[in-house]
Design a protein around this ligand. Structure first.
Ligand code: GDP
Ligand code: MG
Length: 201
């Protein structure tokens, strides 16, 4: 079995994060947790890329649609449709407009529990309810209510893989194998090595 320290996850800084000059701040949040940046690029995604990205998990549309219906009900509102797939399609249409509107930063971060740690630092999907101290909670005020009223996707700065399986599928979509580097950071000795002698002179 591969050591956990090799776990990788995909992070996209969405166009709102780039436009708000939060690239450095966002990178800092992951970097200071001890994660290692092993892939990095700037690009303007195509609508086809966004479609492929969110179609990797065939159950995504259904689950995001169910979540959207629940959020309408929580607000005491009737959803525009009771069919989760239809609502999932609406979210995807919104994402296809949102993510192609300008440059995004695509990154691969590596480290023990990288997927889980990155999601924890990033915060929950809806910035209105994301925890304080998370990136989405600290820097955004968008909500399902705002996004639904204006018929657009929730603007929440970041995409981060939701599971190890999702990461395994998403990384090759955005990066060629030779664009992901294998190297050692000095701090890995203190993070991962079994023996940490040799520090004192
Ligand atoms: P994530 O993994 O936290 O990014 O969330 P999801 O995979 O469930 O959804 C993907 C993206 O779609 C989110 O980051 C939001 O930008 C957007 N989104 C998700 N749910 C909704 C929703 O109910 N309404 C709207 N308008 N956008 C949504
Ligand atoms: Mg997701």
């Amino acid at each position: 079995m591969t050591h956990l320290k090799h776990e990788k996850t995909l992070v996209l800084i969405k166009p709102d994060g780039v436009q708000r000059s939060l690239i450095g701040e966002i990178i800092n949040r992951y970097e200071r947790a001890g994660l290692k940046l092993v892939g990095l690029k700037i690009l303007v995604p195509t609508s086809d890329m966004v479609d492929r990205h969110y179609s990797l998990d065939p159950s995504w549309k259904q689950s995001v649609g169910e979540k959207a219906i629940a959020s309408y009900e929580k607000r005491g509102m009737e959803p525009p449709s009771r069919d989760p797939i239809k609502l999932g399609d609406r979210v995807l249409d919104g994402l296809k407009k949102y993510l192609v509107c300008g440059p995004v930063i695509a990154m691969v971060w590596q480290g023990a529990h990288a997927v889980e740690v990155v999601r924890k630092i990033t915060g929950g999907t809806e910035p209105r309810t994301s925890d304080v101290g998370t990136i989405r909670g600290d820097f955004v005020l968008d909500s399902y209510q705002m996004a639904d009223t204006d018929g657009r996707a929730v603007r929440n700065l970041i995409h981060a893989s939701g599971s190890v399986q999702e990461a395994t599928q998403e990384i090759p979509l955005w990066f060629n194998e030779n664009e992901i580097l294998s190297y050692r950071l000095v701090q890995e000795q203190i993070l991962y090595d079994v023996n940490i002698d040799g520090i004192l002179e």
